[in-house]
Design a binder for this molecule. Structure first.
Ligand code: MF3
Ligand code: CO
Ligand code: CO
Length: 250
């Protein structure tokens, strides 16, 4: 069952999502050549705990850190490491999930490390198109629309640019639980899937690959990488269906 949040829950969702957004903005200023992904993890952990939140990933099904840091060919669920340093020319996704007053807020963005103007145009295109895919998916959100519309538009835009869409990981309902119903696929058919109704809250978080869509899971049990070793980008917002359309909560 897809939950409809009450007015009280919506207030709490806005608060946790605002903190997730603030945390992402804060750590983004530290994305520089030479910093380790574990230092970014500590910055995010300290920032949100000082504001009364719990980092939701920490110990979630055994995840060992407070945020996910997914660099270059890592699609998602990268584990921050003290010996993984950002270098010029990397792209890195920082995925922040807060749990504040028992409600979750989830957002992520992909950043360029170093001088963006020096990046290969195809890499800039990958990151820009991934952001465009997320926004286009969000614009499909309105009462009466089907969840399949989100995946359909994302797939269409990604394929127009000769990029591929990861199938194995998806967006999700969110609230008291980190991951709730429904699964929000980033591919699919228009007018398929459940109906969106006011008060539903979920994430849209497309993972778009430069090469083939296939992925593999590393032996640490978490890190998901592209099978072909090529780059992958991701952006994520938490959104709510309103009476007239959508509200981006993060
Ligand atoms: N934040 C991720 C998402 O967007 C989930 C991370 S689960 C973790 O759904 F355990 F890896 F943290
Ligand atoms: Co998510
Ligand atoms: Co996330």
């Amino acid at each position: 069952m897809i939950q409809i949040k009450t007015a009280e829950e919506i207030i709490l969702m806005r608060a946790t999502c605002a903190l997730a957004t603030e945390t992402l903005k804060y750590v983004s200023s530290y994305v520089k050549v030479g910093i380790s992904t574990d230092e970014i993890n500590t910055l995010a952990h300290d920032f949100m705990t000082k504001k009364g939140a719990i980092p939701a990933p920490l110990n979630y099904h055994g995840f060992p850190k407070s945020i996910c840091t997914s660099r270059n060919s890592i699609i998602c669920h990268g584990i921050p490491k003290s010996d993984e340093f950002l270098k010029e020319g990397d792209i890195v996704n920082l995925d922040i999930t807060t749990k504040l007053n028992n409600y979750h807020g989830d957002t992520s963005a992909t950043f360029f490390v170093g001088d963006k103007s020096k990046f290969d145009s195809r890499i800039i295109e990958l990151v820009d198109v991934t952001y465009e895919c997320m926004l286009a998916g969000i614009r499909e959100v309105r009462p009466g629309a089907r969840f399949g519309n989100i995946g359909a538009i994302i797939e269409e835009i990604a394929h127009d640019h000769n990029f591929s869409v990861v199938h194995e990981y998806c967006g999700h309902g969110i609230g008291k639980e980190f991951h709730e119903e429904p699964q929000v696929l980033h591919y699919g058919k228009r007018n398929s899937g459940p109906e969106m109704l006011p008060g539903m809250v979920f994430t849209i978080e497309p993972m778009i690959n430069l090469g083939k869509r296939n992925c593999k899971l590393l032996s640490d049990g978490w890190t998901v990488v592209t099978a072909d070793g090529k780059l992958s980008a991701q952006f994520e917002h938490t959104v709510m269906v309103t009476e007239s359309g959508f509200e981006i909560l993060t």
